[in-house]
Design a protein around this ligand. Structure first.
Ligand code: PEP
Ligand code: MN
Length: 357
């Protein structure tokens, strides 16, 4: 069993930053009633701009050793340099996470993966700041290839300008990660997604509904006075309330009647999917015939007026059916693109066969 799969949700909680020995020990004391599996604390802080608190470094590792001795609570810290990993091991830290700003850089990730080689230290990889599932998975694979035994992922949202959250959740990305790697433990970090303590509970519930395995929630004894990320941290008591109110659903519920109904509708849906694919194939056959005519009569493959006409027709039809026009147009853009590709082939003018003289 993975280090990170000892319950659903697997709960990681603790302050954004380890500020003082008292703050760390008091937060840990109030989190040590069994609901939290792993204590988090930032020891080296990746700050966007210089001049703000950058963490207490190695001194704070001693406080985490005390947390384990006093409260039997294992801890996880962020590492961004090979020396951080060395120090974490020296102080008996139980696991490490890779921050979003580090995951973007494969050179850096490779150095960290090499430093972790042979250590058995479990590692959670936060998504990169940009929405790129391959870059995220690539970082995970670098740790696995270097021999890391327990690797998991943390979804903390993606940078954007504006929007209702601090970082956009962009759910299709973690969903795609889980589709490709169902074996990976996937944790959600509602604190860094929302950036707002009032929204942490609903984002945590959403993560549970999206079948995440666990949660990482920033927790502080006096959140409004926190040295970093003050707006998003919750007190240990609020954390317990959030956890107690979570509704944990199973992929397939207990209700057999509901499962039979689900099966029935899924069968109907599968039949419709088969029809949709048959219809697309028929439509593309027509594109081929049209392509031959265009070739024989020297007409352009792409005809802007015809495409405009199609968009108008499908938009009207989408409206009649109460469907979003943007959604339908985005599907048709793909179909039209395939049509154009086939007709360019018929013309013999695909980019691949074009020769310059
Ligand atoms: C953090 O967890 O405190 C942190 C710096 O996170 P991220 O890498 O997601 O910004
Ligand atoms: Mn933080």
């Amino acid at each position: 069993m993975s280090f990170f799969q000892k319950g659903r949700p697997y709960v990681i909680a603790g302050p954004c930053s380890a500020e003082t020995r008292e703050q760390v020990l008091e937060t840990a004391r109030r989190l040590s009633d069994g609901a939290v599996h792993l204590f988090r604390a930032g020891v080296w802080k990746p700050r966007t701009r210089p001049g703000s608190f950058e963490g207490n470094g190695a001194a704070a590792l001693e406080w985490l050793t005390e947390v384990k001795q006093q409260f039997n609570l294992p801890s996880i810290i962020e590492v961004a340099e090979p020396e951080h990993i060395e120090l974490a091991l020296k102080h008996g830290i139980d696991a490490v996470w890779i921050g979003a700003r580090t995951t973007v850089n494969p050179f850096h990730i490779q150095r960290l993966a090499d430093a972790l080689n042979g250590t058995k230290l479990p590692v959670l990889v936060k998504n990169p700041v940009n929405p790129d599932v391959d870059l995220w998975l690539g970082a995970i694979e670098r740790f696995e290839k270097a021999g890391a035994v327990d690797v998991g992922a943390i979804h903390r949202g993606f940078s954007g300008y504006g929007g209702e959250n601090r970082n956009q959740p962009n759910w299709p990305i973690p969903i795609e990660l889980k589709r490709r790697r169902p074996d990976l433990c996937l944790i959600c970090d509602p604190s860094h997604i929302t950036g707002n303590r009032e929204k942490v509970a609903s984002m945590a519930q959403k993560a549970m509904d999206m079948h995440f395995d666990g949660l990482m929630i920033e927790t502080h004894i006096t959140p409004e006075k926190a040295w970093t990320d003050a707006a998003q941290q919750v007190t240990p008591e609020t954390l317990h309330l959030i956890l107690s109110q979570l509704v944990i659903k199973q992929e397939l519920g207990e209700d057999t009647n509901a499962r039979v109904q689900l099966e029935y509708f899924r069968q109907l849906m599968d039949n419709l999917d088969a029809e949709i694919i048959d219809l697309i194939a028929k439509r593309l056959d027509l594109s081929n015939k049209i392509g031959e005519i265009k070739k024989d009569c020297n007409m352009t493959v792409y005809q802007p007026n015809r495409w405009r006409e199609i968009v108008e027709t499908i938009t009207g039809r989408a409206d009649q059916q109460g469907l979003s026009a943007d959604f339908i147009v985005s599907i048709y853009e793909k179909i039209h693109h395939e049509s154009v590709r086939r007709q360019l082939n018929i013309m013999g003018t695909t980019a691949e066969n074009q020769t310059t003289h």
